[in-house]
Structures are given as C-alpha cells and as structure tokens.
Design a protein around this ligand. Structure first.
Ligand code: DAH
Length: 344
C-alpha cells in the first residue's frame, strides 16, 4: 500500500507539471481529488483491513491529499496570475496614444454615389452592364456598322478572344452606351436608366486616362422631347455644381443620337477665364441627344410610338469641374497617392 501511495504521488506531480492551462488543471483536480477521483477510490473498500491497517491507510491518504491540494493550489496561482510583461515596465502612463488612421472613400466613389443620388431623385434606376463586352452592344447596335469610320473615336481595346459570328469581337467597353441596348432588350418600358461603369480607351494625357468612369442616362417613353433632356441636364448641373455654373449644348454628331450635342460647362478650375486644363473657359462633360430610331429598333422598340433621350458623361470630368476642387490633371485621380487623396 505504501508503494502504491508513493507512485500515485509522483505520477500526480508529473502530470500536474504538464498542465499548461486552467482546463487541464481542473481535469487533473477531478482525476485525483474529485468525488470519483483516485484518492476516494483508495478508501472506498476497507472491509478486508485490520484496524491497524485502516489507521495507517487513513494517515497516508490524508498526507497525500494535503500534498496534492498544496501543489494544485500553487499551480492554480501560477496559471491564473498575470504574467509580468517586461515591456510594461517602462510604460509611460500619460503619454498620448497613437490614433489609428481613418480612411475614406476614394474621390471617384464619392462622385459616383453623389451622381446616383441626384438621378435617383428623378426616378432613374442604377444598373450595371458588362465592362468586357461584345462589339455588337458597344458599336453595331448603336448604329455603327462594322466598318463605320465613326468607331475610330472610341480608341477601343480588343480582348484576344474568338469572335462571335453575330456579336463580333470582345472589347473593353469604351463607353456606357452599351447599356442602352441591354436595357431595352430587357423588354420593360418606360425606361429611366442610369448606367455607371468603368470604360477603357487607348489614351493618356492631362484630360484622358486609359481607364475611366462614365455615367449614362437613358430615357425611353412616349412623347419624350428635347426639353426633357435639357431639364434633366440642368437639374444635374445645378445640383452638382451649383446655380452659378453655366452650361451649353453644342451641336455634334453621334451615330446613336439625332440630333446630338456635346455638353459644356464653365470650367470649375479657373471659373471660366481659361486655364491650362480648359484652354478657353468651357469644358466638355460628354455627349447627349435624342435616341436614333435605329437604336430603338435594335432594342426591339418601335420608334413610331416611342422616343427617348440619352447622355453619357465622364465621372472624373464632372468631379474635376466642381468649383473649389481645382484638380487640373485627371491622372491624379488614378495614382493612388495618399498625399493627394487625403485632402478630400
Ligand atoms: N457614348 C458617348 C461617348 O462616350 C457619349 C454619349 C453621347 C452618350 C451621346 C450618349 C449620347 O448617350 O446620347 O463619347
């Protein structure tokens, strides 16, 4: 019996040394000192012992119990006591902490959200269409047949993928006007669409970048006239730039609208005086016009019954023309230089 107690003692001690945390400590406790633990089992059946032997066993077990309880409580202390952290020894309590830097949305995202908000008040619904698109939706269905020279203006990136016999090549959409066709083909009228998307063109200077954003407004209904177009553009310009900004519709030629215009506003950088960005005080924001009957037909809509207007403008241009921002090179918006972005 003596031997037995000694081996339990050393086993229990060894095991306790390997208990790294509270959980294993409590397992150890119930194994040795619990109600159904090892110690209890030693005294559970003493019927075969003489009174002398019982006494001796009782003494031995009591000794063992107090030994186990001692080592248990000192282990418990060392597991639960907070470890002394050396780095805290020199902790200077009154030193102000470092503030985490708080970011904000990129300027372009802010502009997209604002544009969306202005148009949603007029009942336009924002949609998204593919940025990698078929030639058909970006050109052909917009009244620009395969060999039409007007296509040159879009300085298109072609994707190296097999051509589709009907839809043609795969392009990075050079404008958001592809959304006009895709929206009409959904077959729901009337339409008040706002398509905001990334576009691509092979171009780069203070006014142009290869990847930029456009927003496309597109309205189709009965009795839509040019006055509706002008009213919507005016609403956008006054809301986004303020009432002091002047704008003009300059006759232009787009294949997908007739008549067509380019829309200029007084330059927000120089206030219309003329600067390195605008040259003579006006900045073109984008195009607009009355939807061409061929485009309506490509969307399955009868131009004898329905008419519509459309416009497609650059998000970055609109942003840059905001008075007060004074961003005079579009490329700043894509450099992701924090020193620049943090200012807004
Ligand atoms: N898609 C044209 C461009 O990127 C802009 C445009 C002009 C869109 C006239 C229109 C429009 O919807 O009616 O240059």
């Amino acid at each position: 019996m003596k031997l037995d107690l000694r081996s339990i003692k050393s086993e229990a001690k060894d095991e306790l040394e390997k208990t790294p945390d509270l959980r294993s400590l409590s397992e150890w406790h119930s194994k040795y000192l619990g109600k159904k633990g090892v110690l209890r089992s030693l005294t559970s059946d003493v019927s075969g012992l003489t009174p002398e032997e019982k006494k001796e066993l009782g003494r031995g077990v009591n000794e063992l119990r107090s030994f186990l309880e001692d080592i248990y409580s000192s282990s418990l202390n060392s597991v639960t006591s907070i470890k002394k952290d050396k780095s805290l020894e020199n902790f200077y309590k009154t030193l102000p902490g470092k503030k985490p830097e708080i970011g904000h949305l990129h300027l372009i995202t802010q502009a997209i959200r604002e544009i969306n908000e202005v148009f949603s008040k007029l009942g336009f619904i924002r949609v998204r269409y593919p940025e990698v698109e078929w030639d058909y939706y970006s050109f052909e269905a917009l009244n620009m047949p395969k060999t039409h020279p007007a296509r040159d203006e879009w300085e298109t990136f072609f994707i190296d993928l097999p051509e589709d016999p009907k839809l043609g090549k795969v392009v990075i959409t050079p404008h958001t006007s592809n959304g006009q066709i895709r929206e009409m083909l959904k077959g729901r009228l009337p339409i008040r669409m706002l398509n905001i998307s990334r576009c691509g063109r092979r171009q780069s200077d203070i006014n142009h970048v290869p990847t930029f954003y456009q927003f496309e407004g597109f309205v189709v209904d009965k009795d839509i006239s040019i006055t509706h177009l002008k009213g919507v553009l005016e609403y956008l310009i006054y809301n986004f730039f303020g009432k002091d900004t002047k704008f003009r519709l300059r006759p232009y030629d787009f294949r997908f609208t007739e008549p067509s215009f380019e829309v200029d506003v007084t330059c927000g950088i120089c206030g219309g005086k003329g600067c390195r960005f605008c040259k003579e005080g006006w900045v073109e924001l984008g195009g607009a016009g009355m939807v061409h009957p061929n485009v309506l037909r490509a969307g399955g809509i009868d131009p004898e019954v329905y008419s519509g207007f459309a416009f497609g403008w650059g998000v970055e241009r609109v942003l840059m023309m905001r008075t007060g921002l004074k961003i005079d090179d579009i490329r700043y918006l894509f450099e992701n230089n924090l020193k620049f972005l943090e200012q807004f």
